[in-house]
Design a protein around this ligand. Sequence first.
Ligand SMILES: [Fe+2]
Length: 424
Amino acid sequence: MLEEARERTLVLIAPLSEQDLHLQHDPLMSPVIWDLGHIAHFEDLWLTRNLDGPVEFVEMPGLYNPFENPRRVRGTLALPSSSESRAEMEEIRARVLDRLRGADLEDGSALLRDGYVYAMVAQHEYQHNETILQTLQLKTGAPYRAPRRVRVPSAPAVVPNDGEMVRFPGGRVTIGTDDRTAAYDNERPRHVVALAPFWIDVHPVTNGAYLAFMEAGGYDTRQWWSDAGWQWLKDARVQAPKHWQRDGDGWSTRSMDLVERVDPAKPVCHVCYHEADAFARWAGKRLPTEAEWEAAASWDPVAGRARAYPWGDDPATTDLANVDQLSFGTARVGAYPRNVSPIGCRGMIGDVWEWTSSDFSGYPGFASYPYREYSEVFFGDEYKVLRGGSWATRPGAIRNTFRNWDYPIRRQIFSGFRCARSEP
Ligand SMILES: [Fe+2]
């Protein structure tokens, strides 16, 4: 797993020059060389130093400690050259694999049992791969030459019944997981939630539907926006999703080095929570809570159990969903016929992260593990939860219970949404 994770990291950075690796392309994002050093030192902390005795996350070297050096200052740090960085990554990896040979994965500590800490470190690298892709989408200078290796399946260019919804019958459902082989602390513990019946969109909101909102004056109509959303809109002064540009009387959009006319059948991407919320009000709907989202993705009302993925318990693959990065963009909705949940929601895993209306907080009985700085320090009302992963998510870092979170104003992430509605 570790070697495969590293292989992918190297595929993604291969097209980048020394300068591209070191530039701070956007104040929101780290220079890519920082991500590489951080990946390596995170691994050193958990897979070598931790085996010699318990470690704290704050023991990460200052240069690569995300709390000591927020993203906007990382371009000013004395970061190594790419060859120095590669040498450091290899040196740490060699020590990690050496220690792995003697590690007791059966009767060892809870961290070692079933290789949990190794899965955690691999997952961390997967997640930084997606962060790096956000940076590359914001890259200054020549666009990133994306190594496109996966073609997404085709689907009709017009979405029949755009905005169609399915009903969730309500009732007591299980949310979260007790898994201790891969899940993060914030996904635990599994607990019962009582849900009222609700309706939820079959597909994520498409560009076509979002264009209708824009053409109806959505960005200029106060009534669709929350107070915070309207304030954001006045400050940000945007009229379209990020990375959209006017193209004659229409719009085009860019994914890395590919510019295309906005495809009405693809899910809208690069919108913030406030835009998603405004669209939902305009459509006479609302955003789902994260429990509603998870129930719509996982709960089988007939079997009375939750699935790990919409289609069942088999992990995500590029045959099942638009995940794993190498398509370098979204697919038209409905392009993956097996990506369907028990109640009939499509495309919940892959393509775009989906905003929910929920703040990021701990489940009842939450216990931080193995370090507070992954989840707990972010709990509160500042962040909104996103679900489902995007095309830029590696399969090992997505499942129905996986929780992502970000500020409601963020649009550099690969984010879209689908809407819900309460039953009258
Ligand atoms: Fe990290």
